[in-house]
Write a protein that binds this ligand. Structure first.
Ligand code: URA
Ligand code: SF4
Length: 269
């Protein structure tokens, strides 16, 4: 894993020089030469209707030289409040999962398919994702991670449209020269505790991929996680339910709890 780089944390200052603010380049479209510039553009973006409902845009953050980049779906309530990705219950679970493989959010880069919260956490619309993809495209180019981990079906669909995440998760893929590793969305795991062991296995596989122990397309049987139970269609909203890893105190009392099976507590870390 890349070591953390506090100086460059958050929008991730890059070493690249800023382009000139005036002169011949000033008339060109806004540049996206650095992660900071992207974040600035995102915060001022009105390119889709989601801009109208946001409190804060959520550009994404992390290590600008991260080896692994996580792509989620869209900001939820907490993210919209704070302007930071994965800071609600799903984020606490993500933090726990990152910790379980010896890393943390400062070492990786975390972004979303759309940068503004959809009303009532509805699914992002295709037109919204299309309008927003330019930012994520450029973030990926600049960070240039060794591995992209897609969280849930929307981020997976960016690379493999029409395929089901439940079947695809846990299998290393390649698309346009990039390694893509689809996993479930942490919010789905909060809603369905029985998915937690699968998610933990998939995260273990992330560190094995980075260590070069796993090749593409699940070539090595036995290192990919077992098939998950087939859940009903997920709606990967900022889910209610228990926060973070099983040892963490529940901090989500202000969040509505949906009807979800509550099997026995799993102590896995
Ligand atoms: N769910 C997401 O997909 N992204 C976030 O940032 C938070 C919750
Ligand atoms: Fe712009 Fe993306 Fe926000 Fe839409 S979701 S307003 S495209 S930053």
């Amino acid at each position: 894993m890349t070591t953390s780089n506090d100086r460059a944390f958050n929008e991730g200052m890059s070493n690249e020089e800023n382009p000139p603010e005036s002169g011949p380049d000033a008339s060109r479209p806004s540049p996206m030469n650095t992660l900071e510039q992207i974040a600035h553009l995102v915060r001022n973006c009105t390119d889709c209707p989601l801009s109208g409902g946001r409190n804060n845009a959520v550009p994404g953050e992390g290590n600008p030289q991260a080896e692994v980049m996580f792509i989620g779906e869209a900001p939820g309530f907490h993210e919209d409040r704070q302007g930071r990705p994965f800071v609600g219950p799903a984020g606490k679970l993500l933090d726990g999962l990152l910790g379980s493989i010896g890393t943390n959010r400062e070492d990786v880069f975390i972004a979303n398919m759309v940068k503004c919260r959809p009303p009532d956490n509805r699914d992002p619309a295709p037109a919204e994702m299309a309008a927003c993809t330019k930012y994520l495209d450029r973030q990926i180019e600049l960070v240039n991670p060794k591995l992209i981990v897609t969280l849930g079906r929307f981020a997976f669909g960016r690379y493999f449209p029409g395929e089901g995440i439940t079947k695809a998760r846990g299998q290393l893929r390649e698309k346009d020269g990039r390694k893509i590793f689809p996993v479930l969305h942490p919010a789905a795991v909060l809603r369905r505790e029985e998915l937690r062991p699968t998610m933990i296995e998939d995260f273990k596989a992330i560190s094995e991929i980075l260590e070069g122990k796993i090749e593409d397309a699940g070539m090595e049987p036995g290192v990919t996680a077992p098939a998950a139970p087939q859940p009903a269609q997920f709606s990967f909203m900022d889910a209610p339910g228990q926060a973070a890893v099983s040892t963490a105190p529940a901090e989500t009392s202000s969040v509505n709890v949906e009807d979800a099976p509550q099997p026995e507590q799993l102590t896995l870390f």
